[in-house]
Design a protein around this ligand. Structure first.
Ligand SMILES: *Cc1c(COP(=O)(O)O)cnc(C)c1O
Length: 417
């Protein structure tokens, strides 16, 4: 290493800790694309529901990497599975079989009650896969004329960042400057059954929906919406596709949010916590009627179903089930949301959510949610604003009640209750 190019990671002991944070922030500012606006905290360690910054301060992680850390940071069982697998075999590509993928997909199907699963890596890839699946299913099974398949989606959706997916976003910022976009999508208001009914036609192959809209600000649809929407789709011969990448795997107090209304989606899209906070693992899960549209060469992914990801996915799912994290999320979430609602704050318009997926909506007259998140950071709580007005609280589902009780003391101060 030359003296002209000091590595911040090798900061000298004489450098005080606050300046270590500053130099990390400078480095990121200088060398990274500006596509995020992170809170000014630099983390270097995590365990369970806790993370530490480079200055040694401890924080309660109330974001859980957008619910990719439902099992907490470095869950011992997931770490052990990853380490064991890393010492055996990590990547084969799908040109060959490996001994982890089959068991992983079987366990996923057994836990969810479907025939088959198709492994991918990121959430957006799984959504893209579901789009391809229902389009082809529409042509082959529903007899939709070539090139005419339509997929209905909801306003304020978030399904990822690929060009096709942002093309059907209603958020101008997600789209602006990135066109031209893939045709074949129709936007309707979220939670509106009449709009869905009107939008469904002979060429509607699928309805793609989040059971709770996370990135839109934890928007919970009216009760009965999912069940009614699924019934409308069934009557129309349209595939009901649930994007449970964020709401799934225990986050909302059920293994999948659709279970709240006894809905068995035709196509279930999962990701985030399927990778246990270690590795990107996503999947599209469906019955044979849908899965069978894919034939050799139709679709693929170099890393999808790789043995390391599959081993991590198996452990991630096992931890959710064995530790009954869905029930924990349900019980802690109801109690925590009630405590938040009990805070008499002039700034809070509404507290909403399901399980440990909770949004606190800040009144516009009190400004945006950002300064509240910054104030929480000062008090050792990492939360992130979503869509200007909402502070999202979504800690790892392994968090203990005492940690949340302590957090409430600080949240009460910050919200001025
Ligand atoms: C995060 C998310 C995605 C995209 O997942 P990536 O892994 O970031 O591509 C898609 N849908 C929902 C509902 C999400 O929350």
């Amino acid at each position: 290493m030359t003296p002209e190019a000091p590595s911040v990671g090798a900061a000298s002991p004489s450098q005080d800790s606050a300046s270590r944070t500053a130099s990390y922030l400078d480095e990121a500012e200088r060398y990274s694309a500006r596509n995020y606006l992170p809170l000014p905290v630099v983390l270097d360690r995590g365990e369970g529901a806790w993370v530490w910054d480079v200055e040694g301060n401890r924080y309660l992680d109330m974001l859980s990497a957008y619910s990719a850390l439902n099992q907490g940071h470095r869950h011992p069982e997931i770490m052990a599975a990853a380490q064991t697998q890393m010492e055996r075999l990590t990547l084969t590509s799908r040109a060959f079989h490996n001994d982890q993928m089959g068991p992983f997909l079987r366990e996923l199907c057994e836990a969810t009650g479907y025939d088959a699963a198709l492994p991918m890596n990121t959430g957006a890839e799984a959504v893209e896969t579901a789009v391809k699946m229902v389009r082809k299913w529409g042509y082959e099974t529903r007899g939709i004329p070539a090139g005419q398949a339509e997929i209905v989606v909801c306003e304020d959706n978030f399904h990822g960042r690929t060009t096709t997916i942002v093309g059907f976003s209603s958020d101008e910022q997600y789209r602006e400057g990135f066109g031209p976009f893939t045709p074949g999508f129709k936007l309707i208001p979220y939670g509106d059954l009449d709009a869905l009914k009107a939008a469904l036609g002979p060429n509607t192959a699928g309805f793609l929906v989040e059971p709770v809209q996370g990135e839109a600000g934890v928007v919970v649809p009216p009760e009965g919406y999912l069940a009614e929407a699924a019934a409308l789709c069934r009557d129309n011969g349209t595939a009901f596709v649930a994007d449970e990448i964020q709401t799934g795997l225990g986050r909302t107090g059920r293994l999948f949010c659709c279970e709240w209304e006894d809905v068995h989606p035709d196509v279930l899209v999962v990701g985030k916590a399927l990778g246990g906070g270690v590795y990107p693992v996503s999947a599209v899960i469906a019955d044979a009627e849908f899965m069978d549209v894919f034939r050799p060469g139709d679709h693929g992914s170099t890393f999808g179903g790789n043995p390391l990801g599959a081993a991590v996915g198996r452990a991630s799912l096992r931890v959710i089930l064995e530790e009954d994290l869905s029930r924990r999320s349900d019980e802690l979430g109801q109690w925590f949301a009630d405590e938040l609602r009990a805070i008499r704050s002039p700034h809070v318009e509404e507290v909403r959510g399901k399980g440990l997926m909770i949004g606190v909506v800040i009144r516009e007259s009190s400004g945006t949610a950002r300064p509240f998140c910054e104030a929480l950071q000062q008090r050792g709580i990492l939360a992130k604003e979503t869509h200007q007005q909402v502070v999202r609280f979504a800690p790892p589902l392994t968090v203990d009640r005492a940690a949340l009780e302590d957090a409430l003391v600080d949240i009460r101060v910050v919200l001025g209750g």
